[in-house]
Design a protein around this ligand. Structure first.
Ligand SMILES: *Cc1c(COP(=O)(O)O)cnc(C)c1O
Length: 428
């Protein structure tokens, strides 16, 4: 089997064998977790480079240590590419490329622009919100650091349509009078009306943060709507649909960027991960090529095809479909829990995660749905025809979720199927 080794090291056989096994897993399974992808070999090379040997606290050309002549040029280049990839004017927008992950990026926004105890208003977690938007359990227990330091309140989707109800969001905003309104999440499958959200924020004097962690690549490609005309601040991870390394970008209107830079360093972090920052630059370069636009169009077309394929087998898709790269399958009509479904699919080499659905009444660790996404499969060159096959695999596995022999047999078929599609960074 052709498994190339990244990085190239010879001595630590124990570690190299585990890395090889993970490469093989990524190649022979169908990876449908919407927040995962395959970074290119170029991105992997940047991340595995000597750039990580350098300390460079501070901003480009304003460092605390010497020897940053090259690192400065790298960071400046990545910032330039980041603004260009999202069509932004550097007179109006600044960008910070140093936050190590999306959750830390959001924390930096709160630290820079709010006071401890200020109020956030965000999408309810079980309907697609994110932990870093201030999640606390219904019991009141703060789960994320954000919830311990800020007051949090939530808005909801309409339980009938499963879509955001902007009148209800406005009502919540008027009741709560938050300092910041946040949109974005991990499983809301529809476009968000960013213009409406900004109007609501203005009405109550709140700042508006659009977190596009999931759909960053789709926005860069112009396949999903852009929040930039409306939001004060936009955060995103770089590892999801943008197909870069673990990392984050924080874009802010000029008047806010200095406070955000200070919040990242020295507020929250020390020396930046120069290797990841370079990897982000490589990913942005890739994202500005015409092939990436085709990729992003394919991601959404594939998600819509997969949703249709599953609906034709009697599965309920939250909100009846998707505008994006992901969907949530509500399994309540199939008499199988989300956790059981995810475990059965794993036996069949199909990797998904369990997921709460709107109006969820089960406990969070045993929710009623699963979440599926197409970014990784599309990176392997799969198209709508393949999505029909993927829907058939999923349906057959779920119909036989208690039959290990059948699941294993499907798993072998899935493996043979997956091998036909090169995995970027591994076999492509
Ligand atoms: C993935 C995600 C993040 C960031 O996650 P990290 O794992 O910290 O990079 C932030 N917000 C949303 C909405 C996300 O989906």
């Amino acid at each position: 089997m052709d498994i190339r080794i990244i990085p190239n090291f010879k001595m630590d056989t124990e570690m190299i064998s585990l890395i090889q096994k993970e490469q093989e897993r990524q190649r022979c399974q169908l990876r449908l977790i919407p927040s995962e992808n395959y970074a290119s070999r170029e991105v992997l090379s940047a991340v595995g480079s000597v750039l990580m040997n350098k300390y460079s606290e501070g901003q480009a050309f304003r460092r605390y240590y010497q020897g940053n002549f090259i690192i400065d040029q790298i960071e400046a280049l990545v910032k330039k590419r980041a603004l260009k990839a999202f069509g932004l004017d550097s007179d109006k927008w600044g960008v910070n490329v140093q936050a190590v992950a999306g959750s830390i990026a959001n924390l930096a926004v709160y630290l820079g622009l709010l006071k401890p105890g200020d109020k956030l208003l965000s999408l309810y977690l079980y309907e697609g919100g994110h932990l870093s938007h201030g999640w606390r359990l219904p019991s009141g227990k703060a789960v994320s650091f954000t919830a311990a330091f800020f007051q949090t309140s939530y808005y909801h989707v309409d339980l009938q349509t499963q879509l955001l109800d902007y009148e209800a969001v406005e009502k919540r905003a008027l009741e709560e009078r938050p300092a910041m309104i946040i949109t974005g999440g991990t499983s809301y499958p529809r476009e968000i009306d960013y213009g409406k959200m900004r109007r609501i924020a203005d009405e109550v004097g709140a700042l508006y943060l659009a977190d596009i962690a999931h759909e960053a690549g789709l926005v860069a490609a112009g396949v999903n709507q852009s929040p930039f005309p409306y939001a004060h601040v936009v955060t995103m991870t770089t590892r999801k649909t943008l197909r870069g390394p673990v990392g984050a970008l924080i874009f802010a209107r000029r008047e806010f960027i200095d406070r955000i830079n200070q919040a990242v360093f020295p507020g929250l972090q020390g020396g930046p991960q120069n290797h990841s920052i370079a990897g982000i630059g490589v990913a942005l370069h890739e994202a500005m090529r015409p092939e990436f636009k085709e990729y992003a169009v394919g991601v959404v077309a594939n998600a819509q095809k997969l949703a249709k394929g599953l609906m034709s087998k009697g599965y309920e898709i939250v909100s009846g479909g998707t505008d994006k790269h992901l969907m949530v399958v509500d399994l309540r009509n199939k008499g199988i829990g989300g956790k059981e479904a995810a475990l059965a699919l794993e036996k069949a080499n199909i990797i998904v995660n369990k997921q709460a659905v709107p109006g969820e009444t089960s406990r969070f660790w045993a929710p009623s749905g699963i979440r599926l996404g197409t970014p990784a499969l599309t990176s392997r060159g799969m198209r709508e025809k393949e999505m029909e096959q993927v829907a058939l695999f999923i349906d057959e596995a779920l119909r036989n979720y208690q039959n290990v022999a059948v699941l294993r047999r499907i798993g072998r078929e899935v493996r043979d199927f997956a091998f036909q599609f090169p995995a970027p960074g591994i076999s492509g």
